[in-house]
Design a binder for this molecule. Sequence first.
Ligand code: KIV
Ligand code: ZN
Length: 513
Amino acid sequence: MSDKLIIFDTTLRDGEQSPGASMTKDEKLRIARQLERLRVDVIEAGFAASSNGDFEAVKAIADHIKESTVCSLARANDRDIARAAEALKGAARARIHTFIATSELHMEKKLRMTREQVFEQAKLAVRFARNQCDDVEFSPEDGYRSDPEFLARVLEAVIAEGARTINIPDTVGYAVPELFGAFIRDLRQRVPNSDQAVWSVHCHNDLGMAVANSLAGVTIGGARQVECTINGLGERAGNCSLEEVVMAVRTRRDYFGLDVGIDASQIVPASRMVSQTTGFVVQPNKAVVGANAFAHASGIHQDGVLKARDTYEIMRAEDVGWSANKIVLGKLSGRNAFKQRLQELGIEMESEGEINAAFARFKDLADRKAEIFDEDIIALVGDESVTAEQEHYRLLALSQHSETGERPHARVAFAAGAQELRAESDGNGPVDASLKAIESQVKSGAELMLYSVNAITSGSTESQGEVTVRLQLGGRVVNGVGADPDIVIASAKAYLSALNKLHSQTDRVAAQG
Ligand code: KIV
Ligand code: ZN
């Protein structure tokens, strides 16, 4: 059996299914480039048939990414599979990932299909997919809650049709490690041609065991591919977290005996990029990528680490891409220094015009903030990645007044397409007043579900504030992110960014459901 563990990243597909995490094509491409730098083996770029937007995103990623395999999800029908194949045409290495549910519950209640119908459809789908693409993966959705005998029959048939990877999902996060590992092992034993495919696991985190279950699938079950997402992003409690699986396997190589091809120094940059793009903040005590993951607060620990690092540290922060906040640039830095720093951060810009626009924003920021850190540049470029057509609303000016004993008041000017709108309002605080002023003109009627503010770089009140605003309207949930040294301005930017997402209607078909 191979001693390489294949890392299949589904941040851009399953991760994106998380309410509010939907990304634009440009945002997805930027993350895909970072995943390529991270050297993930497979990037699941989206679900091409779910919407035109997703089709275009998968296509753009397939056209640009050269090192990683690019994959599209497809339901087990000819239309979805043909759409996936079409989107993947330009890929150096392409994979079609087709799936159909196999648990009694899903077949009866969701698909309203009999076992025989599901069996036939799975076979035909893999046959059709193999005609379009050499590399085909098959997933029995809700596989862990399926009857093992029936499941084994389906899997034997799809392997015979040419599926190269068999991925077993714990779709609802119901598994526990020992049982899940044994389930995969027993399934492989039941399927006569199991050695003709790579076995993979795909675990959700509803009981907080997605990483443990995935690793048990590897050690007990013999799986050699793990499906995971950056920061564990995903619907409900999320998916198995890439950084945790990768660092577990690397740090405990003595136990797992497996190699991963990941460049771990790109983990923290990838985590930041995903969090800044989606507005899903990483909890401070999150393993590997949380702000406190390498912070030793207790005196005993600090003393130990100073004497000998490995007294309390099992990984080195710099190995996973944590660098001490570096002052990289300032007010006097020129365009060349800025451009070079972008390159060092792995940020690619399509044109000189884009670099000029980002540089103008940088200068504007440097006028207001003496020290510019890597994190500031990443946030600034995140703002920049919004194209004119996605940016219907844009903040032009904001002033606010707050004083002890007075009700705060804000005045806001913003662009709505070609129009310039002005509004003012009172509020409980200056943020509330600013958002109310904007809403008084836009009249979106959206419900504010979340407002959060974080310092982009820790340890200083000079840091930029990064604000996330989550809005819900008519069943759609969107996140907007805004950054600025002034948190009221950051809040207005975040609110307008969320309104832009609501404005750009993109309806998609859900992968599950
Ligand atoms: O969780 C799941 O079952 C999935 C499949 C579509 C692979 O995401
Ligand atoms: Zn899933």
